[in-house]
Write a protein that binds this ligand. Structure first.
Ligand code: G6P
Length: 594
């Protein structure tokens, strides 16, 4: 979480505005607060604001802060509340060194106590603030020490997974990374640092990839790599990254979330048109492995869970699933012939990356499904399948979930030797999704949202592959509308959860035309008998339903169509409650802390 951005180059009339533009592309990483530091002729101006970047923009209105060096930050709070004081950049006692940071400095308390003992004054409650003071202390002790050396030595003192970016008045930005993502970029009139490659889209295609423990010194003239352990410096070599993805625009849609929901039929069609050779290569890795494990977080995790059912039913293959954050405690049986399949929209989720690193330590192979090209996960993997869902800007993940489900379905059919059938199912599904959305599904879900907006709890049940759909539907509803929603395996209700059902409690029942159908219907009846208000998501009307949300009959692709009504419901509940569907509170699109 947190986005960092920096520029060192030719003087810009409105450097503050320029840095804001850079931060705009990183705002998905956190929007608790934001701030910038702009340097001109040795003087620094720091402006910070709480809340979305738009608030900082308002504060900057009319102030054309020119300069040749600047850094900016968009924050997802970890240490210290959401206040202007805790917003980055943070400075040293003299206010000359400015620092922005992504990660957690795990030993900050101990370092802070030492620095306080040495007379340093702190203004915030953050872990980050120790960093400029550490640099200040090092320079105070050794006047001959260069700024970049002081930053490197300070970086080596901190523990945890961090990306730190520091600058002072002499035109140089010094940044280091360990665990957290960071890249540099070479521009025409200046050079950059950014938390990720998309942050530099529209600015440059010449990217300097930083490996673990590497740092950079970025000046107007050059980008020099620094080894954090030895201090060895070398002129950085750039990689050309084709940023085909144009800056995503909302078009005629009021929010990215609704636009991305409506893009889903196209995403499924695109997956169906994937290069068969690529699918076959991925499938060969699965077939060769002595055990296949899925890992992912959040919405991506639900796609992994769905995949375990698809693999069992379609490919007759046993696979395992564990959340990224749980995987390191679950990997003792990995051997070099094991395969880990990691799925991630951003390719930067720390827990997923840590799972991959743990697997690699055991010598296992890694296959990844990633939406953002050139992200860290793609670099760690033996093979990557790009989801090609296009830029996903809403914090709620929708179209990349659909893309992952579609690829997993293709993998399962390919293992079974029926790849063409898998492709055909996806092609049909895509067409059916277009029809379903045209038939007025959104209006229906809007009407239902009005009815449900005042309720406290929503329950969702499904069996088999649609147990994953139930979990994902509940996640969509709660993360956007803040209404408590829970997904359950339908059969588990009678073992406890049914106690929560009262007259009128909304219960979504996902009923596909598969082998689980009769059992889920019975569970729906059990809920109805206790007064549950039954909303059926199904291709067939059933007498138990109080409301029927019709979805097309698409066989094994049922999780792809069944999630859409709940995505739409989440969107409309959120609007009715007056929240921003693209930016739910407390969340970030890419979670880069563990
Ligand atoms: C965050 C987002 C979720 C997302 C999860 C995993 O928690 O808010 O929407 O599903 O991260 O992200 P990834 O980029 O790895 O798919």
């Amino acid at each position: 979480m947190c986005g960092v951005f920096g520029y060192s180059g030719e003087e810009k009339e409105d450097l503050a505005g320029y840095i804001l533009e850079g931060l705009k592309k990183l705002e998905y990483r956190g929007y608790d607060s934001s701030g910038i530091a702009v340097f001109k002729k040795g003087k620094v101006r720091i402006i910070k604001e709480v809340g979305e970047l738009a608030n900082l923009r308002k504060r900057l209105k009319g102030k054309h802060l020119s300069g040749n060096l600047g850094i900016g930050h968009t924050r997802w709070a970890t240490h210290g509340g959401v206040t202007r004081k805790n917003a980055h950049p943070h400075t040293d006692c003299l206010g000359k060194i400015a620092v922005v940071h992504n990660g957690i400095m795990e030993n900050y308390e101990e370092i802070k106590q030492k620095l306080l003992g040495l007379g340093h004054k702190f203004k915030s409650e953050t872990d980050t603030e120790i960093f400029p003071h550490l640099i200040e202390e090092k320079i105070k002790k050794d006047r001959n020490l260069s700024f970049s050396e002081a930053v490197r030595l300070s970086f080596n003192q901190i523990e945890g997974l961090n990306a730190v970016c520091a600058c002072c008045s002499d035109g140089e930005i010094v940044a280091f990374r360990k665990g957290s993502p960071l890249v540099a970029g070479l521009g025409e009139k200046g050079n950059f640092v950014s938390s990720d490659i998309p942050g530099l889209s529209c600015l440059t295609r010449k990217i300097v990839i930083l490996e673990e423990g590497e740092g950079v010194s970025v000046t107007k003239e050059r980008v020099v790599k620094i080894n954090s352990k030895t201090g060895k410096r070398a002129l950085a070599k750039e990689t050309f990254v084709d940023m085909e993805e144009k800056e995503a625009a909302r078009g005629n849609f009021p929010y990215f979330l609704i636009k991305e929901i409506f893009e889903q039929p196209e995403v499924v069609a695109r997956v169906a048109a994937s290069d068969k050779k690529e699918i076959k290569k991925a499938v060969e890795m699965i077939k060769k492995s002595w055990g296949t494990y899925f890992t992912a977080c959040g919405t991506a995790a639900h796609s992994g869970l769905a995949a375990t059912y698809m693999f069992s039913e379609i490919a007759k293959r046993h696979v395992n699933f564990a959340f990224g954050s749980e995987f390191p405690y679950f990997n003792d049986f990995l051997v070099p012939k094991s395969l880990l399949i990691a799925a991630s929209q951003s390719g930067e989720t720390m827990d997923t990356l840590e799972a991959v690193r743990a697997a690699k330590k055991k010598g296992a192979k890694v296959l990844s499904l990633v939406n953002v090209p050139s992200s860290t996960l793609t670099r760690l993997s033996d093979k990557t399948i790009l989801l090609k869902a296009g830029p996903e800007r809403a914090v709620l993940s929708t179209k990349s979930y659909i893309a992952k489900l579609s690829f997993f379905l293709l993998f399962a059919y390919a293992i079974a030797g029926r790849l063409n059938l898998g492709i055909k199912i996806l092609q049909e599904t895509s067409k059916e999704m277009v029809r379903m959305l045209k038939r007025g599904l959104e209006a229906k879900m809007k009407k239902l949202a009005k009815k449900l907006s005042g309720c406290e709890h929503i329950y969702i049940i499904g069996r088999g592959v649609n147990y994953a759909t139930a979990l994902e539907g509940a996640l969509k509803i709660k993360e956007a509308s803040y209404i408590h929603a829970e997904g359950f395996p339908a059969g588990e209700l009678k073992h406890g959860v049914i106690a929560l059902i009262e007259p009128g409690t909304p219960c979504f029942c996902i009923i596909a035309k598969d082998r689980a159908k009769e059992a889920v219907l019975s569970n729906a009846m059990e809920l109805k008998s206790r007064g549950g208000y039954i909303i059926g998501i199904s291709s067939e009307r059933q007498s138990v339903f109080d409301v029927w949300i019709q979805v097309p009959e698409v066989g094994a692709a049922s999780p792809i169509v069944s999630i859409i009504p709940m995505q739409l419901l989440a969107y409309h509940l959120t609007l009715i409650k007056g929240y921003n569907p693209d930016r739910p509170r407390n969340l970030a699109k890419s979670v880069t802390v563990r």
